[in-house]
Write a protein that binds this ligand. Structure first.
Ligand SMILES: Cc1cc2nc3c(=O)[nH]c(=O)nc-3n(C[C@H](O)[C@H](O)[C@H](O)COP(=O)(O)OP(=O)(O)OC[C@H]3O[C@@H](n4cnc5c(N)ncnc54)[C@H](O)[C@@H]3O)c2cc1C
Length: 411
């Protein structure tokens, strides 16, 4: 008989892992404290970004941080009450900003990003996606002020073989004529796709999981213990369960569980926000990112979704109204005639200081697996992570080098 597996967390990671495990014939129970579709996997910018292998841990970022923090329109903010708690993470991040570490992250992000879209194509065969995914690429643009930093990114992506088309201002205007012409240059990533409603896609994949015999429990996992033969015993707010194996895929909340099994993984969160401008989605044909201000706008079913900013402030602090105002003002800077915004949303990117995810077995328990920490790219990497983790759970051979994603790198 096939083993019973518990997947904890029904974001894009957990749902894709569950679907791949079902395909392999496992009995899968997915547990989430919430209905699927309220997490980071609902509110993101919807980019499928297979080209985006250049990480944020770059040598030049450290020089840019003070200016970013001081700028009222800039992409970065801190909740000061959280800074002391984040100091160990910041120190590890700084150590990962050397050129060598940056290239290591870029190489191993590229390894999985390159497989991300084919992995989705496999899962998407079985759901109705009409009108929900567009293949029109993504445009990044910038002003002269930001040019130097863009060159580094463009050069590394070229080295790794990412398809990119440099754009002159008039070419950006031809592609997206409604944006105010504040830019001096840009780049189109033609291989990128975008979701017109990430929450709806997540729910369609979740419904497929149920249709294929998967079980769902809406419960909060409180502890993970282990039997004498090292099998996981999961205790929730309502029940206790025995499984053969378990996977933790709780996004930014995963650390609460990994701490309980005595593994000190330095996961933290980069908080991000979105707002919607109803009925304005005709103003854009594809997502755009204005790099100087670190935010983007995606045309979605809900209207234009303005999304972005990085705020270090942990999981418990309330949303910061100033970040929302910043996002609204930035969107109106590009589109001065936008209507009133609605749906002010805060979400939690799960981020490790080396900007690689953790995917693999736990250091201490062979029947416990992890898949979290996909930071700005967790939506893109849902299906491929599902494939990788289901392969690890069933002990398949792979020609990928999966060691760089192991949690043991932090031991
Ligand atoms: C503003 C913003 C924009 C983004 N844009 C993009 C983008 O354009 N492209 C891209 O690729 N990525 C993007 N991302 C990143 C991406 O959204 C995340 O990396 C990804 O959604 C993480 O998925 P996940 O399944 O790991 O976690 P989540 O989606 O956070 O899901 C975790 C789930 O675990 C559940 N959970 C937590 N603890 C417990 C517990 N103890 N018991 C039971 N359940 C629990 C939660 O309820 C939740 O449902 C963006 C993120 C943000 C915040």
């Amino acid at each position: 008989m096939k083993s019973s597996i518990c997947v904890i967390g029904a974001g894009i990671q957990g749902v894709c892992i569950s679907l791949h495990l079902i395909k392999k014939g496992f009995k899968v129970t997915l547990i989430d404290r919430d209905e699927p579709g309220n997490s980071a996997s609902y509110g993101n910018a919807g980019h499928f970004s297979p080209y985006a292998s250049v990480p944020i841990n770059r040598p030049d970022i450290l020089l840019d941080v003070p200016a970013m923090l001081l700028s009222s329109t800039g992409p970065l903010a801190l909740k000061w009450n959280y800074v002391p708690k984040m100091i160990p993470w910041f120190i590890k991040f700084i150590k990962n900003c050397s050129k060598k570490k940056m290239m290591h992250t870029a190489k191993y992000m590229h390894q999985i990003l390159d497989l991300a879209l084919p992995a989705y194509d496999e899962l998407f065969q079985d759901i109705d996606l009409s009108g929900l995914v567009e293949n029109r690429g993504i445009i990044y643009f910038w002003t002269d002020k930001d040019l130097k930093s863009r060159e580094l990114e463009i050069n590394i992506r070229k080295e790794l073989g990412a398809e990119q088309v440099l754009l002159k201002p008039h070419e950006i205007h031809d592609l997206e004529p409604h944006i105010r012409q504040i830019y001096h240059g840009g780049v189109l990533y033609p291989s990128a796709r975008h979701a017109r409603n990430p929450g709806k896609i997540l729910n369609r994949l979740f419904d497929l999981f149920l249709k294929q015999g998967g079980k769902f429990k809406k419960e909060n996992v409180e502890t993970i213990n282990f039997s004498s033969d090292d099998k996981p015993l999961i205790k929730t707010n309502l029940n206790s369960y025995n499984f053969d194996k378990a996977v933790v895929s709780c996004g930014a909340f995963s650390k609460q569980l990994t701490d309980l099994v005595n593994e000190k993984i330095p996961l933290d969160t980069e908080r991000g926000y979105h707002v919607h401008f109803k009925g304005n989605d005709h103003l854009l044909s594809r997502p755009v990112i204005f790099l100087n201000r670190g935010f983007g706008i995606t045309p979605m079913e809900q209207g234009l979704r303005a999304v972005g900013t990085v705020e270090f402030g942990g999981l418990k602090n309330p949303p910061t109204k100033k970040r929302i105002i910043n996002l609204v003002n930035n969107a109106k800077y590009l589109f001065p005639d936008l209507s009133e915004h609605y749906d002010e949303w805060l979400g939690f990117r799960p981020t490790l200081p080396d900007f690689l995810p953790v995917m693999g077995p736990s250091k201490n328990h062979k029947n416990l697996f992890y898949s979290f920490g996909h930071h700005h790219l967790g939506w893109t990497l849902g299906a491929i992570s599902g494939k990788i983790i289901s392969g690890m759970v069933s002990g398949d051979n792979t020609n990928l080098n999966l060691d760089p994603y192991s949690s043991t790198r932090f031991s």
